[in-house]
Design a protein around this ligand. Structure first.
Ligand code: 5GP
Ligand code: ZN
Length: 135
């Protein structure tokens, strides 16, 4: 946690292009954007991943994500945007301080969404049953 880069940004120890701050949340521009205007929304409290975020805080933050998304879209004249959260190293999470990405998208930006796979016959039902067991 001492080393957490986002905690350092919150404390002002590392500069950032801040676009929003309140008592619980902060938003700033990603230093390496997928498209210019790519923003990050973070809680001020340090929680490593989405799963560790207290529910009340997640609910609060999703409202901030919406507010920032609308502003990013208007400011960049984007045609749309992706909202994403990488959870775990396997999913591409590099900074273990939970955060949402808001990524402006343009009709001609040449980016693709994630690649898609196919289920074998009956496999989809097996996955459904397994997932439902854990709910
Ligand atoms: P993750 O892969 O953990 O979901 O995303 C971390 C994001 O944080 C990356 O997109 C990366 O570009 C961004 N990032 C990492 N270090 C810094 C920094 O010091 N300042 C800013 N503004 N963004 C950072
Ligand atoms: Zn942190």
């Amino acid at each position: 946690m001492e080393e957490c880069i986002f905690c350092k940004i919150i404390k002002g120890e590392i500069p950032c292009s801040k676009i929003y701050e309140d008592e619980k949340a902060m938003a700033f521009l990603d230093i390496a954007p997928i498209n210019k205007g790519h923003a990050l929304v973070i809680p001020k409290e340090h929680h490593e991943t989405f799963e560790e975020l207290p529910d009340e805080l997640s609910k609060y933050l999703i409202e901030i994500v919406k507010k920032i998304s609308i502003a990013v879209k208007k400011a960049t004249n984007a045609d749309g945007y992706n909202i994403g959260m990488n959870v775990g190293k396997a999913a591409g999470q590099l900074v273990f301080h939970a955060h949402w990405h808001i990524m402006p998208r343009f009709n001609d930006d040449g980016l693709k969404t994630w690649p898609q796979k196919e289920y074998e016959e009956g496999e989809m039902d097996k996955f459904k049953e397994q997932i439902v067991k854990f709910l």
